[in-house]
Design a protein around this ligand. Structure first.
Ligand code: KG4
Ligand code: ZN
Length: 402
């Protein structure tokens, strides 16, 4: 079965074409991500309306490129008047730029003969951005007469960590290439989802159902990295910048700076990062005497290092508590913050301590991508065929958070 997967929940336009056999084997025919980071960096964060416009501009060319890379067979087919009207109904009012891009694309007049279904992220995410993917999937579903499967982005991050190979390896992949395996973790598993929008501990129990057993009460962990970076005068996205400075701070063994570890001793499995961010703000005010002097490089590195240590201590404390409370047999970690080496090292040590396997996303799958969405559409009981006439608003507004 061949699936075209679409992901537009934030600032990455991502398209993937995968072929799957049953629910354990997959091969990637094309996996493309167009990042908008350079654009949003100028504004210090992601602007939803700008993200929407960029998705609408880039998504059709990306699908065309993916089709070429995956050698998708096409046949000439003029859309009927009825189909054209239906597509206009879906796109004209809400996505005029996307409608123009679709009708101008060669794929408007050609039908893929070997794509069986479309998978699309329906939330959680930035609503205007999500709608581009969802509405395009609905329009393509009408044009090509194939079903659309709605996928939860956070569940995508869980399955994205269960792939056995890098998403960028062994090119070119053809339909003759061998399949890779999807890892089946021992259950109950604990998924720690750490991204720009989420910080969640999810129990994946023996019935393969999910229970959120811990979540942030305010800022997500990636958001805390991004906001702290901004206070230190570092560009967006702040996570990689903070970790780069933290390495230097750690090498210097600079001490004398202490930040709080919010909720580290609370009895529950919830997190809170906004207090930590505020503590950084007060610390900077104190060190700069209310902006009358600049922070030194050494001070910046020391703050970055202590911030990273504080966040890691809290993550490890809560994950440890969850492993012990729920007799966890595998640890799955997903979301963009997994790119942080200090956090990964601490989680690796934790998993070794409890002799449980740690599953992290392979190269090319830690940030947002459509591969994880395609895989989830095949594996998840929750991934459902969408009624393309449905308004979908209840899905796209974030209620689908696991
Ligand atoms: O999952 P993701 O790509 O997008 C969503 O939020 O869904 O995660 C992006 C987040 C950003 O907040 C970014 O700063 C953070 O992941 N991030 C990192 C690192 N690389 C990316 N945070 C800490 N350390 C990193 N090395
Ligand atoms: Zn994400």
């Amino acid at each position: 079965m061949i699936t075209l997967a679409i992901e537009t929940s934030c600032d990455e336009t991502a398209i993937c074409i995968i072929e799957t056999e049953g629910t354990t084997k997959y091969r990637i025919l094309s996996n493309l991500v167009h990042s908008q980071i350079d654009l949003h960096r100028q504004y210090g964060g992601v602007f939803p309306i700008m993200a929407k416009r960029e998705h609408a501009r880039n998504i059709m060319p990306l699908i065309e490129e993916a089709f070429r890379e995956a050698s998708i067979n096409l046949k000439q087919a003029e859309a009927t008047q009825h189909t054209k009207v239906k597509i206009e109904d879906i796109l004209k009012a809400k996505e005029p730029e996307l409608l123009a891009a679709l009708t101008a694309s060669p794929l408007y007049k050609q039908i893929p003969t070997n794509i069986d279904r479309i998978a699309v992220t329906t939330g959680p995410g930035l609503e205007p951005a999500l709608w581009v993917g969802v509405n395009l999937a609905r329009a393509l579903s009408v044009l090509w007469n194939i079903p659309v499967i709605g996928v939860n982005h956070m569940e995508g991050h869980i399955f994205g960590s269960l792939l056995s190979t890098s998403a960028t390896a062994t090119k070119p992949i053809t339909t003759e290439s061998p399949y890779d395996n999807i890892i089946e973790p021992d259950l109950p598993a604990l998924a720690l989802l750490i991204s720009g929008g989420h910080t969640e501990l999810v129990l994946v129990n023996a019935e393969n159902t999910y229970t959120v057993i811990g979540r942030t009460k305010d800022d997500a962990i990636g958001e805390a990295f991004d906001k702290t970076a901004r206070m230190l005068g570092l560009p967006y996205p702040g996570g990689p910048e903070i970790s780069r400075l933290a390495v230097l701070g750690r090498e210097r063994h600079s001490d004398g700076i202490t930040l709080p570890r919010p909720m580290i001793h609370s009895r529950d499995l919830d997190f809170s990062f906004s207090g930590l961010k505020t503590a950084v703000l007060y610390l900077i005010r104190e060190l700069t005497k209310n902006s009358s002097i600049e922070l030194t490089d050494t001070q910046r590195e020391a703050i970055a290092c202590e911030f990273e240590n504080a966040v890691t201590d809290v993550l490890i404390a809560k994950t440890t508590k969850a492993i012990e409370t729920h007799s966890i047999r595998s640890l799955i970690v997903g979301g963009g913050v997994i790119a942080n080496k200090h956090i990964t090292k601490a989680l690796t040590k934790l998993a070794e301590h409890y002799s449980i396997p740690l599953y992290t996303p392979p190269a090319g799958v830690s940030g947002d991508n459509a591969l994880m969405i395609g895989i989830t559409s095949v594996l998840s009981d929750k991934a459902k065929i969408l009624d393309i006439n449905d308004s979908l608003s209840h899905r796209a507004n974030g209620n689908l958070s696991l």
